[in-house]
Design a protein around this ligand. Structure first.
Ligand code: AGP
Length: 367
């Protein structure tokens, strides 16, 4: 069937704006908003009985899995082995019989992800697939399909599929926490309530379009950009960099803020904008020190934070994008939006083919 851009310039823009709706749609599949509980799932394994989870995917889907690792380990105390699929399939990782494997893919056709799935199939462990296309090969070859309900994603740069993958992973981590007894019924309720607020916050963030467009105009004058984040915002830093390079062709790297002094700080000067993704969390002060190190070397900081973070960041920034204060579990979902919008507007200013960037395919079905 046909999907059109509606009144938007690009599919990517339309897909960014669809997020409040599709996140809500996806979450509703996994959690009960009224009771504030996670829904029981018919899984080929029992979260209470496995001792490891293997995750694999490519690109943006991999980065959602990386956020998922923090959630599964923190909420459900379930250790996660995660790798990009092109490494996973060849590195001959021993797979414990007490584990389950999850593969994440928008298209469900990515060659390396499929090969990783088949590797796990041979190892004889139960397999789940978080996919957007339910009729896909990866969906067909897995024991359980955990759908993202993002609807068709046309833009080559993945946006709404990413936040829906995060929504599924967060819900699964809560479910795993319930099954493993690592969270109480009250904690489950609080987490589900927090998740259910994600669509509303995503909507609020979309309203920052004007400011983000202005920052993007500035960004489009640079050749290199560094993204920094800690904890679940570290994968987000990598996602921001991936998005920017894909569609604007500006070189970008995403780093864990704590790694700055182990190398990338050598790059910092007035020609290197640094985008810092830092909600006010328990390690916020650490990130503030990193920003001071950047500022001291003339680096230009674009800080994406919340109200409290903006108050307490004792550093001069080129721009501070202030998001609403959101519950911790949904920060990667909510902060994904400004990251996508920055890449989008920068690409528009660069005049690139936003939906069909050079050299890239929507789904990489060959190795
Ligand atoms: C993201 O913007 C990319 N275009 C790309 O990294 C993508 O996420 C990757 O190729 C995986 O695709 P899949 O989700 O369809 O497996």
């Amino acid at each position: 069937f046909m999907v059109d851009k509606g009144n938007r310039r690009h599919f990517m823009e339309k897909e960014i704006h669809e997020q409040p709706e599709v996140i809500s749609h996806t979450l509703a599949h996994y959690v009960d908003f009224t009771a504030s509980t996670s829904r029981p799932l018919d899984l080929p394994f029992d979260f209470a009985r496995i001792d490891r989870l293997a995750l694999s995917a490519c690109g943006t889907a991999y980065l959602s899995g990386l956020v998922g690792k923090y959630w599964f380990e923190r909420i459900a105390r379930l250790p996660v082995d995660i790798d990009i699929a092109s490494e996973f399939r060849y590195r001959e990782m021993p797979i414990s019989q007490n584990s389950a494997a999850l593969f994440i893919s928008q298209s469900g056709e990515t060659a390396d992800t499929l090969a990783s799935l088949r590797y796990c199939r041979k190892a004889g462990v139960p397999i789940g697939a978080i996919v957007n296309v339910r009729e896909s090969t990866i969906a067909r070859e897995s024991d359980v399909v955990l759908p993202t309900l993002a609807g068709p994603e046309i833009g080559v740069a993945s946006t709404k599929a990413f936040t829906c993958q995060l929504s599924v992973l967060a819900s699964l981590a809560v479910r795993a926490g319930v099954a493993r007894g690592t969270i109480s019924p009250d904690e489950e309720k609080a987490l589900v309530r927090a998740l259910s607020e994600a669509p509303r916050y995503a909507n609020q963030v979309l309203k920052l379009e004007e400011q983000i467009e202005k920052v993007s105009r500035e960004l489009s004058h640079y050749r290199h950009v560094l993204y920094l984040g800690r904890d679940t915002n570290f994968p987000l830093a990598m996602e921001g960099a991936l998005k920017l390079k894909e569609i604007s062709y500006i070189h970008a790297e995403g780093y864990a803020a704590g790694e700055l002094k182990h190398g990338p700080i050598a790059l910092i000067d007035e020609n290197m904008p640094v985008i810092v993704i830092a909600p006010h969390d328990r390690i916020f002060e650490k990130t503030v020190s990193n920003m001071q190190e950047v500022a001291a070397r003339g680096g230009k900081i674009i800080l994406i934070t919340d109200r409290k973070g903006a108050e307490q960041a004792t550093v001069d920034t080129m721009e501070t994008i202030v998001l609403p204060d959101v519950p911790e579990i949904i920060t990667p979902i909510v902060y994904a939006l400004p990251i996508q919008m920055l890449a989008y507007f920068t690409a528009v200013f660069m005049g690139t083919d936003v939906d069909q960037p050079r050299n890239l395919a929507k789904s990489v079905t060959v190795e």
